[in-house]
Every structure is written in C-alpha cells, then in structure tokens.
Ligand binder design. Structure first.
Ligand code: ADP
Ligand code: MG
Ligand code: MG
Length: 251
C-alpha cells in the first residue's frame, strides 16, 4: 500500500535537514503507529506526503500502490486514495462545512470515474456519518473549522475521512488536546473505517490513543528516521520507560 524509502527532506528556506533516511512499509489493511519525541520529524513526514510547499525532497521515494506520490499534485494524491488528518486542521472562512465536504466528495468521485452523488444521497450519507461523530447540524453549516474547539476540529477531520473513503489514512496527533470522551469518539470513528483493506498510519506522542486504535506495528522515530519497529508492546515500553533508553540503544 504505502512504501516510504530512504526519504531525505530539507527545508526549502534554510539549509536544515529534517528527514534523514525515513523508511516505512504499510501493507493493505494494516494499522501502523509512529511514536517519537517532539521534533523528530513526524509531522514533516505527513506534510511531505501531502505535498505541502516548503520542503525539498533530496533523496528517496514514497509510493502508494506502486505510484510515486512525490511527483503528484496534492489533488492527485487525494484522488489516488491518500488522506491526511493534520495535527492543526485548517480553518476555511467563508466556506460552509457541508459545501466543502460535497465538493471534496464529488471531486474525488469524478477522479475515480464515478458519478456525482445527488444532493439527497449526499445529505443522507453526511448526516448518518456526522451523527456517529456527534457532529450536529450547526457544525455542518458553519464555515470549515472556524471557531470549532480542538475536539470539534478533530471530529470534523474524521468526518471528512469517512466521507472521502480513502485507501490510506494518515492521522497526525489526532489525539492531541482531546479529552477522553472526544478521543473515544474519534477512535470509534477511525475503527469504523477499518475494513481489512484500508490502511492507517497513526502518528501520536502518547501511547493512550493506541489503547483505542490498536496498531499492528509500532515504529519509533527519532531525528528524522525510524530507529525501531515492533508490536504494540513497543508503545507500552515507551509509556513506562520514556524514549531515553530506546534512543540510547539506537545510538
Ligand atoms: P514532530 O511532529 O515529530 O514533533 P516536526 O516534523 O514538526 O516534528 O519537526 C521536525 C523538526 O523540523 C523540528 O526540529 C522543527 O522545529 C523543524 N521544522 C519543521 N518545519 C519547520 C519550518 N518550517 N521551519 C523551521 N523548522 C522547521
Ligand atoms: Mg510536535
Ligand atoms: Mg508533529
């Protein structure tokens, strides 16, 4: 599904190398987690995969089902089935949430060669999915994420994900700033999308999210690359001992 190979990335603006040989392979239907100290390059990985400006890939590749993502425009990456839920979801003043969702869904369907959803079909689907995430009619009408609380933004990201039905979902610190109830809602939303085919990369600073979204593989990232991979027990090890031992071991 997703294969990141020896990815080296620097900032465009300054001569600062951030990813230094990042490699990762996620198979169909698998859930992988990346944990790691602040500043290790977790968010940069997700930004580069999404095609955000400001980063220069100096070496390596990232393919989705064999197709090179790094050569594609951001829209084409989405059309290829990639979805990213960001640590800091963007606000889009002036664009109603529902309008945004409908435009995104129909653009996605068009790219896949499918017919647009009718207004009625779309409404039915969005209402059903919003309900499970406790997103009310008011939140669907308001401009995208404007004035939403942290938890509302995260739930809204999961709603977008549920509507777009991507093949590969990347969630960057979707748990940050969430209380336990909100985290459960978000996790339930993610788990409802697990179908044995769709793959997930869950980036998190804390182990507790992984109690709710159970990963198949856990990776530890430090200084721009993966330094250790293992099963869910690796996350528990971090929870108990912190990162220091793992970092020392990798040195
Ligand atoms: P993480 O998500 O693991 O906390 P990030 O990917 O956000 O880490 O950041 C990795 C490193 O790159 C940090 O040292 C951060 O300060 C730096 N960095 C990322 N983007 C920029 C930027 N636009 N300007 C300056 N430094 C940046
Ligand atoms: Mg961080
Ligand atoms: Mg981050």
């Amino acid at each position: 599904m997703l294969e990141i190979k020896n990815l080296h990335v620097k900032l465009e603006e300054e001569d600062k190398q951030i990813l230094k040989g990042m490699s990762l392979k996620i198979g169909e239907g698998e859930v992988h987690a990346i944990m790691g100290p602040n500043g290790s390059g977790k968010s940069t990985t997700s930004y580069v995969l999404s095609g955000r400006d400001g980063y220069e890939v100096t070496e390596g590749s990232a393919t989705l089902n064999g197709e090179e993502l790094l050569d594609m425009d951001p829209e084409d990456r989405a059309a290829a089935g990639l979805f990213l839920a960001f640590q800091y979801p963007v606000e889009i003043p002036g664009v109603g949430n529902m309008t945004f969702l409908r435009t995104a869904v129909n653009a996605q369907r068009k790219a896949r060669g499918e017919d647009e959803l009718s207004a009625a079909e779309f409404l039915k689907e969005v209402r059903a999915k919003a309900k499970t995430l406790k997103i009310d009619a008011d939140m669907l009408k308001r401009p995208v994420n404007v004035g939403f609380s942290g938890g509302e933004k995260k739930r809204n990201e999961i709603l977008q994900m549920a509507m777009l039905e991507p093949k590969m979902c990347i969630l960057d610190e979707t748990d940050s700033g969430l209380d336990v109830d909100a985290m459960r809602l978000v996790s339930d939303g993610v788990n409802a999308l697990r179908d044995g085919k769709r793959s997930f990369l869950v980036i998190t600073h804390y182990q507790r999210l992984l109690d709710y979204i159970k990963p198949d593989v856990v990776h530890i990232m430090s200084d721009g690359k993966i330094i250790k991979s293992g099963g869910p027990e690796l996350a528990l090890e971090v929870e108990h001992n912190g990162y220091a031992d793992l970092l020392a071991e990798a040195e």
